[in-house]
Design a protein around this ligand. Structure first.
Ligand SMILES: Cc1cc2nc3c(=O)[nH]c(=O)nc-3n(C[C@H](O)[C@H](O)[C@H](O)COP(=O)(O)O)c2cc1C
Length: 214
């Protein structure tokens, strides 16, 4: 295995928003290749209850993006006391304004993205105890992340988004998704502009890794 390439892909699969190339079509073959990789992810009890709804139809993308925009506006304009406050030396403080600008750009332009992928899973999580939720979400989220990494390796960018889920039922109606299926995210996909991405600055490992005990 080429360790350097694997590490590079895993450390540079960024949320791509402002560098999405809306004008360049995305070949169906590329999406299919990446989905074939995604379904190699782990799946609780080998259930493989995942589904991926791929949307290229312009009217459907516009309708879903409008739902996203509506909820994004409420989220972006929530009162300051509901927004995270970071200490000045926390890397997230310096990143906050940039992430916000980038997220606003995506909300305003999402409909222009040529492909949406909505990873879904059989069943509903409502009322499941925490341990069962871990197995439930853990059986779709790794596949969605593998999809993002596979896309990135082929010059395609996306951003993990969840804001449209506030209108999950309306989205299900647009796409004919069964009532007993749960949407986990919405990945707007396009070729990215430029050639590479950098690793992000994260919290130091000492702050998040606990050897032997917390
Ligand atoms: C569970 C989850 C939900 C997210 N929801 C959204 C979203 O709705 N809209 C958006 O623009 N980004 C969303 N993001 C992307 C984060 O903002 C992003 O991962 C974070 O700012 C770090 O940036 P990076 O992915 O480039 O490292 C989400 C990420 C995760 C993991």
């Amino acid at each position: 295995m080429d360790l350097a390439s694997v590490d590079h892909a895993l450390t540079t699969t960024r949320s791509v928003r402002r560098r999405l190339d809306f004008a360049r079509p995305v070949e169906r073959r590329l999406i299919e290749e990446c989905l074939a990789i995604a379904v190699q992810a782990p799946t609780g009890s080998n259930s493989q209850g995942w589904h991926f709804v791929v949307v290229t139809d312009a009217a459907k993308r516009e309708a879903i993006a409008a739902l996203y925009r509506r909820h994004f506006e409420a989220y972006a304009n929530r009162p300051p006391e509901e927004q995270p406050q970071y200490a000045a030396d926390d890397p997230r403080a310096a990143q906050q304004a940039r992430v916000r600008r980038s997220a606003i750009y995506l909300a305003e332009n999402m409909h222009r993205c040529p492909v949406f992928v909505i990873p879904c899973i059989d069943g509903r999580p409502e009322g499941l105890p925490a341990a069962a939720q871990a197995g439930y979400w853990g059986s779709i989220l790794p596949a969605a992340w593998s999809l993002m990494v596979a896309l990135r390796a082929r010059g395609l960018g996306t951003a993990w988004t969840t804001i449209h889920l506030a209108s999950e039922r309306e989205t299900a109606a647009i796409l004919g998704i069964h009532a007993n299926v749960t949407q986990a995210a919405l990945l707007p996909v396009a070729h990215f502009q430029g050639s590479d991405f950098k690793p992000a600055q994260r919290l130091p490992l000492e702050a998040v890794v606990h050897w032997e005990s917390w």
